[in-house]
Design a protein around this ligand. Structure first.
Ligand code: NAD
Length: 489
């Protein structure tokens, strides 16, 4: 690989260039990257790709596809396992880069999320290798279903959880035999660059994995409009999904869209109240920049006061601080523009007559917004209906199970839901009635990678996870062979 200038980010050497066809490629234009931990100090000048960069990256990926998809699945899986090993070996470096770049708590990155990135590659290496083609006899023939690698996949990721989400989406694409062009978000582009280095070190052939840095409306739009691209895997906002969907429609390209959420956390009177309050306070973590968060607290009226008190205690125990400090439990928001957006939501709620129960202002000395609880004047309030993506929860009371389900299903989103109740009958009933891609009962965030993952309504199109992602990244072919008893109709 050509040596490209690297910048020390927290002491970790990071390339700020694209990776195309196994080589680092510099750009004429750059964009600035700043740390939410110290906004006044520039972290790096990152390559700002344009239409020509996209053209070149897709070209490299099309060539890379021929090599990568031609390898036996065992060789591809071995390369992905080497990549997983390298991620584990660089755990602390990746954790630090992500913390400085995006603001994520260093402890979570170090202890959990980088390892999850490695697991994504290991899991899909195992899954692709273990895949047994479905085969069955029918009317004198044998039917066999083959997964053909689809071609070049463009993967576009958002600024929250950049490393975890990039690996979650890149791993199945590569495991299915596709080549990849990854475009991370411009607010947190750096951990993807470390990943790009590791794909080279792991011995992936040139062009199998390519990284393009830049602004979504520029290089992102060019990538998704390229007719040579055969799959688009996107995580981000509904607004961008509409644009990408339009580009995909022009080229008749399948795309998945994992979008926002406005999940309910439903608390029934017979639940373990302390556990439910702890879980509710945990929804503030990562400053609420979590698509799966249960941000609408729906609480049975008979326990509302007790629940509120328990939640207040848990909320006050949170520590807003520097993400590098292990005693901090709440990181700053990722960007001043996002802080202003969160602030705007709360100010409009205040003006519209919603009640600010606690919080409701920014911290002067950092990019933190106070942990906020709002009692809306109505279920139609903007603060209930739109994703804030910040440390802002709403609280509403219900009297019956039917009312709880109606409220849970009353937004256009449908990504996730959390139910706290004392009986399995109730969690089963409510879980089945709620419209969401995933429902947790008396727990949160635990999810086997084989499970389908995605949203209903405004929360997205398609499912990733397990076989769903491998099927998405493949063209399925049915082979029908006549056997001795074949008939010709
Ligand atoms: P965004 O849609 O603004 O940006 C996401 C990515 O799309 C970025 O890389 C951006 O550069 C790129 N992009 C922007 N315009 C583009 C265009 N015209 N063509 C191609 N690419 C373009 O979203 P964001 O603000 O970065 O992310 C936050 C959103 O992501 C929230 O709504 C959050 O809920 C959602 N999210 C969803 C999940 C999930 O799994 N469902 C996970 C994390 C985040």
């Amino acid at each position: 690989m050509t040596e490209s200038p690297r910048v020390a980010v927290g002491g970790v050497e990071v390339s700020l260039d694209h990776l195309i066809d196994g080589e680092r490629v510099a750009a004429e234009r750059i964009f600035e990257c700043r740390s939410p931990l110290d906004w006044d100090r520039k972290l790096a000048d990152v390559a700002r790709g344009d239409a020509a960069t996209a053209e070149r990256a897709v070209g490299a990926a099309v060539d890379g596809f021929a090599t990568w998809s031609g390898l036996p699945v065992g060789e591809r899986a071995a390369a992905l396992r080497r990549l997983a090993d390298l991620i584990e070996a660089r755990n602390d470096d990746i954790a630090l880069v992500e913390t400085l770049d995006m603001g994520f708590l260093h402890r979570s990155m170090r202890e959990r999320l980088v390892a999850r990135g490695a697991l994504n590659f290991r899991f899909y290496a195992d899954m692709a290798e273990a895949h047994a083609e479905p085969r069955w006899p029918a009317r004198g023939t044998t039917h066999t279903v083959q997964r053909m690698p689809a071609g070049t996949a463009v993967v576009i990721t958002p600024w929250n959880a950049p490393f975890m989400l990039a690996t979650w989406k890149v791993a199945p694409a590569l495991a299915a035999g596709n080549s990849v062009v990854l475009k991370p978000a411009e607010w947190s582009p750096l951990s993807a660059s470390v990943l790009a280095d590791l794909t080279v070190e792991a011995g992936l052939p040139a062009g199998a994995f390519n990284l393009v840095q830049g602004i979504g409306s520029e290089v992102g739009a060019a990538l998704t409009a390229d007719p040579r691209v055969r799959r688009i895997s996107f995580t981000g906002s509904p607004e961008t999904a509409r644009r990408i969907g339009a580009a995909a429609a022009v080229n008749i390209v399948p795309f998945t869209a994992e979008l926002g959420g406005k999940g309910p956390l439903i608390v029934f009177a017979d639940c373990d109240l302390d556990a439910a309050a702890r879980q509710a306070a945990a929804q503030y973590e990562d400053s609420g920049q979590v698509c799966l968060a249960g941000t609408r607290l729906l609480v049975e009226a008979s326990i509302l006061d007790d629940f509120l008190e328990a939640l207040r205690v848990r909320t006050e125990a949170h520590v807003l601080g520097d993400s590098r400090d292990d005693s901090t439990t709440i990181a700053p928001l990722a960007h001043p523009d996002h802080l202003a957006r969160v602030e705007g939501f709360v100010e409009r709620a205040r003006a519209a007559g919603d009640t600010i129960v606690w919080g409701g202002r920014r911290r002067p000395e950092s990019l933190h917004y106070e942990l906020t609880l709002i009692e809306p004047a109505s279920n139609d309030s903007e603060i209930v209906q739109r994703e804030v993506f910040g440390p802002v929860l709403t609280i509403q009371a219900f009297n019956t199970e039917a009312e709880a389900v109606d409220l849970a299903n009353s937004t256009r989103y449908g990504l996730s839901a959390i139910v706290y109740a004392g009986s399995a009958d109730r969690t089963e009933r409510v879980g089945r009635a709620v419209r969401a891609g995933i429902v947790w009962a008396n727990t949160f965030l635990v999810r086997d990678l084989a499970a389908p993952f995605g949203g209903c309504g405004l929360s997205g199109i398609g499912r990733e996870g397990g076989d769903h992602a491998l099927d998405f990244h493949s063209d399925l072919k049915t082979l029908i062979h006549a056997d001795d008893r074949a008939t010709d109709y």
